[in-house]
Structure formats: C-alpha cells, structure tokens
Design a binder for this molecule. Structure first.
Ligand SMILES: [Zn+2]
Ligand SMILES: [Zn+2]
Length: 244
C-alpha cells in the first residue's frame, strides 16, 4: 500500500499548499481519502483524475471536501466518452451534504455507518466516530493482500478508545493542530496527545498532519516526538510518499 500526501494544512490552504487529502494506492487501485483544497492540482501530477477508483470522506468540513465539486465537474466535462460513476463514500448524518455526493452519470454517494466494514477494492475499511463539532470518522484501512494497516485519525479531539482503534498501525496519520497545553480540545489533538496515542497504540510510525499555519512546525514535531519516544514521527508535506 502506498500513501501520498496531497494536502496537509488545517482549515485553509497556505503558501501554495492545500488542505487534507491523501492518495491511497494498492496494485492498480487509487482511493482518494478526503478532498481538500488543491487536491485536484496535486492529483493530476500523479495520475489522470478520471482513473481514480473511489473517494472516501471522513466528514464534510470545507477543508476536507473543497475540491470534491471540481472533481465532479472534471468527470462531467473532460471525458470524450462516458465515464463510469465514481463511488464517493460518506456518512449520512448530514443529509444535504451526502446528497451532493451523487451527480447522476458522474458520481454516486455510498453511505457508511460507524460499525460497517467496507470493502473498497483491495482495502477493508473500518471507522470510529471522533470528537469534533460535526460528525466525523477516523478510518482504519487494511490492505487485504498484505494485512498492512494505515490509520487516519481524521479531525478529532482526544477520545477514549482511539488508541485501540489505532493499535499496531504500520502508519498513523494524525490531526495535530495544537501544541502541548491545549489538551482535551473539542476538535483537534495536541502534540502531547498525538505522541501518547502513538505510544499507547504501539504504531510503527507517525505522520503529523492537519497542521496549524500559526505554529513553528519544528516545535510541533519535537514535542510530538518527545511523547512518542522511540516511534519515528515526521511532519506531513506535499508529495510525501510512504510505502507499507
Ligand atoms: Zn479539518
Ligand atoms: Zn473538521
């Protein structure tokens, strides 16, 4: 399984770099995990967006879906022959937003619930509801062929049971928006919480993401690394690719 960072800032794009989006690939299958601003521009550098196989959305905040509409327009306007509908997986707890995933002939919204196990191409995917101002779900993505595990916390404050959900992940990508001292926030993790989560879950490596434009990123990294102890931590950056 190969994971590529297409966007990593929290809330809004910054200095030419976009918000949350990851490309998750296995064999010939390409899954887009969230579709933040500038996703499409970054995606085009990797593959023809028409060849994308599926999209999975953790929640409907703009910094995670900003480029979804233009992805639908691309599929509507670019092809010279009709395309298959693109499967876009999302929760149904905001009905209006879920309806927008479907554009007949272009894309089809497919509902997931917290306790579902979805089989999407080469992946098995499970969910955990997070602490966030709107319904949001962390995702645990297992590559069927190898058993490799990639967990994405999505947007979340600290929550009991998250370390069980992240247990022994080969890669953990987190929403690390605050420095130590802001623990138990209602929307995002701190460096300390991220480091402790990684340690408790015994993950192999951590990428800290959903980064905060107003912070010194070297401090975000060093604080997280301190609490993660011997588990390697790195900052998300555009085109960072990790192969599991
Ligand atoms: Zn966000
Ligand atoms: Zn959010």
């Amino acid at each position: 399984m190969k994971i590529t960072v297409l966007g990593f800032w929290g809330g809004y794009p910054y200095k030419g770099e976009g918000t949350t989006s990851y490309l998750v690939q296995s064999e010939d299958f390409s899954l887009l995990l969230d579709a933040g601003s500038s996703t499409l521009i970054r995606l085009e550098e990797k593959l023809d967006p028409l060849t994308l196989d599926a999209v999975l959305l953790t929640h409907y905040h703009h910094d995670h879906i900003a480029d979804l509409g233009v992805l639908q327009y691309l599929r509507q306007l670019k092809p010279t022959t009709p395309v298959e509908e693109l499967n876009i997986y999302g929760h149904t707890e905001n009905e209006d937003k879920f309806k927008e995933l479907t554009m007949p002939g272009i894309s089809k919204g497919i509902a997931y619930q917290e306790h579902d196990t979805l089989e999407i191409g080469p992946f098995l995917i499970t969910f955990k509801r997070t602490i966030h101002p709107v319904p949001c779900f962390a995702t645990r993505i297992v590559e069927k062929k190898t058993g490799k595990v990639f967990v994405f916390t999505a947007d979340t404050g600290y929550l009991d049971g998250l370390s069980d959900f992240c247990q022994k992940a080969d890669l953990l990508i987190t929403d690390t928006y605050f420095l130590e001292g802001n623990e138990n926030h209602k929307a995002h993790l701190t460096t300390k919480e991220t480091g402790e989560l990684a340690k408790e879950a015994n993950v192999s490596q951590v990428v800290i993401s959903h980064l905060n434009q107003s912070l010194a990123l070297e401090d975000v990294l060093s604080q997280t690394q301190y609490y993660a102890e011997d588990i390697p931590v790195q900052l998300a950056k555009i085109n960072l690719t990790i192969t599991l």
